[in-house]
Design a protein around this ligand. Structure first.
Ligand code: GLC
Length: 532
């Protein structure tokens, strides 16, 4: 596959994040170094050459901290220590340094909205200590306090309140094992700035902020009512003060933020990206957009328009550890994504989904801004059906068993087709079962195959480096076709229409997501990169 094209180590490139390809590592399922069935940092270290060869600029790690794993590590018991199943802090430091040697930066995931119920603060609070002020404890409603303090519901279903043995209730916007912190309390703010420094001191180049728009709550904790503004816990103005303060810490280290900000209102969304707040935020509008030319163009235009006034680069995301995998989603009747619409046994045409996912890869990698690639996306992995007795995700249980949950996109990666567990680990069965046929997607099978998803990603990521920050300009195109240029570097054409499309004038073909017609026209669900 030729030589990796990383920046030489130590290259000074302050703006790297504005056009980076960032690879998301779900450590538990990436590679199992010690063979116990759970992915770990040793596994990641052993696969750094693979990531360098893929050509990514940075790795975003889902939480790797000490955690009871009630929500895949988003229930953190100690933000300054690595989960023993993953390794040690010393090993994380080695990993950060080794990756940097290969020109790859590290982004860690900070979970500020809540902690684990096993975090020392919550254990003390549960025991009745003054630490209760660090959380949201309230008496219940009803004659005997038997009703939750308000009508808020958990993002995972059911009430957002749990009652303790002493009769008091505490707030959790997610699982009961994830009590929400009280961001009005100065100790909560201080602690998080210390945690940021802790990781920046260890060479971390960026932080992904989990549930970034949920931290601040109306202290009166009123009921949620239809259309209320401001909302009692979503996107409150007080939050911007928190992020301005975080930004000052990050600037001391030249580090960057990416916020998990799900907001339908683009003007409100853009506020998080003002020059003294977060550097970037995930583009959920693009990620959940159906495979439809008009809708996609609309999202691309609104994304660029909302980012421009604040000077922030856009991000482009097709899937992550919470979302149905791309090849599966695009192979279904409903190609958008909505948590509420997830169901078992949804009919899927994987060949169709894969063709579209290949075209979508070229579309997203041609857009100006940063692109996120979720582990296994570059292998074209489908969403797996997890046997019900092996599901771990709280989303499944809190839905009363109707929602399949998010484990189907978290299955351990296949590395070597002919090795036990497709080369994920050597001894124990992986923590989630790999479905039949998983080995066919193995890295070793795809490496030298010119038609593989992996080869497409490698080539595209390499070529993309040349696009820099050149702006996007749309070209005239027939209905159902997206066509745009990025400066003089590339013309990207994606055909979502049933009719084959004529190509715009060009001087050469750089890359195609699939075969072209004999007459040179672009078939349905196919994308090309042309030399203008
Ligand atoms: C974010 C994470 C998700 C997690 C939730 C609670 O949405 O991406 O995986 O369950 O926050 O921390």
């Amino acid at each position: 596959m030729g030589q990796p094209t990383q920046a030489p180590s130590g290259r000074i490139d302050d703006a790297w994040w504005r056009s980076a390809v960032i690879y998301q590592v779900y450590v538990r399922s990436f590679a199992d170094g010690d063979g116990d069935g759970t992915g770990d940092l040793a596994g990641v270290r052993s696969r750094l050459p693979y990531l360098a060869e893929l050509g990514v600029d940075a790795l975003w790690f889902n939480p790797w901290y000490v955690s009871p794993m009630k929500d895949g590590g988003y229930d953190v018991a100690d933000y300054r220590a690595v989960h023993p199943a993953f390794g040690t802090l010393a090993e994380a430091e080695k990993l950060i340094a080794e990756a940097r040697e290969l020109g790859i930066r590290t982004i860690v995931d900070i979970v500020p909205n809540h902690v684990s119920d096993q975090h020392p603060w919550f254990r003390a609070a549960r025991a009745g200590g003054p630490e209760r002020d660090l959380f949201h404890f309230r008496p219940g409603r009803g004659a005997h306090g038997e009703l939750p303090p308000n009508n808020w519901t958990s993002e995972f279903g059911g009430p957002a309140w749990t009652r303790l043995e002493d009769g008091s209730w505490y707030l959790h916007l997610f699982a009961p094992e994830q009590p929400d912190l009280n961001w009005e309390h100065p100790a909560v703010r201080q602690e998080h700035e210390d945690i940021l420094r802790f990781w920046f001191e260890r060479g971390v180049a960026g932080v992904r902020i989990d549930s970034a728009a949920l931290l601040a709550k109306d202290p009166r904790l009123p009921d949620v009512t239809e259309g209320q503004s401001p909302h009692p816990y979503l996107d409150r103005d007080e939050l911007h003060d928190v992020y301005r303060s975080w930004r000052r810490v990050a600037d001391e280290y030249g580090a960057v933020f990416v916020g998990e900000v799900w907001l339908p209102d683009s003007e409100r969304f853009a506020r998080y990206l003002r020059p003294d707040e977060l550097h970037t935020a995930f583009n959920f509008a693009f990620m959940t957009c159906p495979w439809d030319a008009v809708r996609l163009r609309g999202v691309i235009d609104s994304t660029l328009a909302e980012h421009a006034p604040v000077g922030a680069p856009a991000t482009w995301v097709l899937c992550n550890h919470d979302i149905t995998r791309t090849v599966t989603r695009y192979g279904r009747a409903d190609t958008g994504f909505d948590f509420a619409a997830k169901a078992f046994d949804t009919p899927t045409d994987l060949a169709l989904g894969t063709r579209r996912a290949r075209a979508a890869a070229l579309l997203s990698l041609a857009l100006p801004g940063a692109v996120y690639v979720y582990q296994g996306e570059e292998l074209g992995l489908p969403e797996a059906d997890i046997p019900r007795d092996r599901i771990e995700d709280p989303m499944h249980f809190r839905s009363g068993g109707t929602d399949p949950g998010r484990d189907g996109c978290r299955v351990p990666l296949p590395w070597t087709a002919d090795a036990p567990y497709a080369g994920f680990g050597s001894r124990e069965e992986p923590w989630l079962p790999q479905p039949e046929g998983w080995a066919a997607y193995a890295v070793d099978r795809q490496t030298d195959d010119p038609g593989s998803m992996l080869t497409l990603y490698r080539r595209a990521i390499r070529l993309r480096r040349g696009f820099g920050e050149a702006p996007l300009a749309w070209l005239p195109a027939p209905e159902g076709v997206l066509a745009f240029t990025r400066g003089t570097e590339v013309t990207c054409v994606v055909n979502l229409a049933a009719e084959p499309a004529e190509m715009p004038a060009h001087s050469g073909l750089l890359l195609a997501s699939g075969p072209l017609h004999d007459d040179g026209r672009l078939p349905q669900d196919t994308a090309v990169w042309l030399r203008p």
